[in-house]
Design a protein around this ligand. Sequence first.
Ligand code: BES
Ligand code: MN
Ligand code: ZN
Length: 492
Amino acid sequence: MTNPTLKFSNAAPAAAAGDVLVVGISAVDSKLKVLPRSITAAQAKKLITTLSALGATGKHGEQTRIPGTGIASATSILAVGIGAETSTEQLRQLTGDVTRNLAGNKKVSYALRDLNDQDAVAVAEGAMIAAYAFNEFRNSSLADQKLPVSSFTIFSAHASKFLATEISKLVSAIHFARDLGNTPPSHLPPAEFVARVKKAIVAKPITAAIWDEKKLVAEGFGGIMGVGQGSSRPPRLLKLEYKPKGAKQHVALVGKGITFDTGGISLKPGLNMHDMKFDMSGAGAVVASIIAIAELGLKVHVTAWAALAENMPSGTATRPGDVLKIYGGKTVEVLNTDAEGRLVLADALVKAAETKPNYIIDIATLTGAQVLGMGLRTAAIMANNDDFRSEVHAAAQAAGEDMWPMPLPEFLRNEINSSVADLANIGSGKGGGMQLAGIFLREFVAKQTPWVHLDIAGPAYNQGTAYAYNTIGATGFAIRTMVELARRISNK
Ligand code: BES
Ligand code: MN
Ligand code: ZN
């Protein structure tokens, strides 16, 4: 989709033309107050008179729309209640809510409160991320769609063209990942995923290397091949690299890219199987993250690995009981073909480690247990290194993404012993499924390399109704955190 435009301005909000001017209000001693000082006393007085007549209370999240006539140049004004204790992330979410509600309008500006630096970024991100729709597959229903807002002005004393450009770059990467996630399975097999990424990196300082099925077999990528061999649409391994001059640290990002997960021979039940088109979200996130990091020119060496396969149950698919040889030589007994993400990731983790990165992060919609345990909006952070796990968590909190640490308890390790191979791909089924998957992956990472595993099965896509800046479907989760982390690492 075409991305919205963004600018910051320190001009007078009321003078700005456009469809809607969004103004923050609150209730102080049950009297309405207009929050930004850039709205003059005279304008505020008129605004409050009209809002009071309509029964506005100024409570957090309340939205009241009035004509702009007599107060502002914009066609209408949307007064939004903002609580005194509203955090930066709440402001980002509130701006997202407002922006989705204003779909159908083109030009919207925000004078929410006197924004500090962080608030200004949050409002811009909330608006830009919320202004997304996936209409590629609509035809007769397209005319009924209210299109997302296409142009934003954020009123802030911290007006900065540079900042607007930076946020636009980040958000266009997020929207690219959402487009990939939302694209239906037969329209985005592994080869097509690669083709789209190649197109997206043209003229960017990123190089690509691709392993097709012949090369994957020849070089011993038994995990990716084993998962992909049941599909007529063959698997791929995609490597992207961004290596700016002066970079001191190298971060390898590894993403699970199952373009559709039927479960394979261990077939999933039909209910909600369609959600498994999002099973490539980890790969989408790592690809979008390296694009954003390169676009922002961050001084950190990044490699991004997308392990791409379609998990289908055809006659040539891997069968339960089969043994696969992962890249590098470890063997895995496949007791359940639906635990496929860890198989493709194992190959890619071993390959990524060959390039001697300082840090490895994998991102995957890996387990249903993640969703059961932590819900739809919080991701799990697991690691072989407490400090690095904390660093990733701190970056997530700064970026406004909800993640929480989870343990990889030693007592679970024996559950993935196999009677015939080095490892089995599932445990006893007596709980701890998310952690077991993490423990399985840890077997493919050297102890001395700080490694984090993000299970984003819940937050990768929004299956309910739209909320905050998330529309229904792919969310682009984890990209903001990866960019924030890269920023922090580049300053080391
Ligand atoms: N892609 C799924 C995990 C998933 C489930 C993501 C629901 C998002 C929502 C993964 O490949 C899978 O099927 N995992 C199995 C593992 C099990 C067989 C050990 C699961 O979690 O059921
Ligand atoms: Mn599966
Ligand atoms: Zn899967």
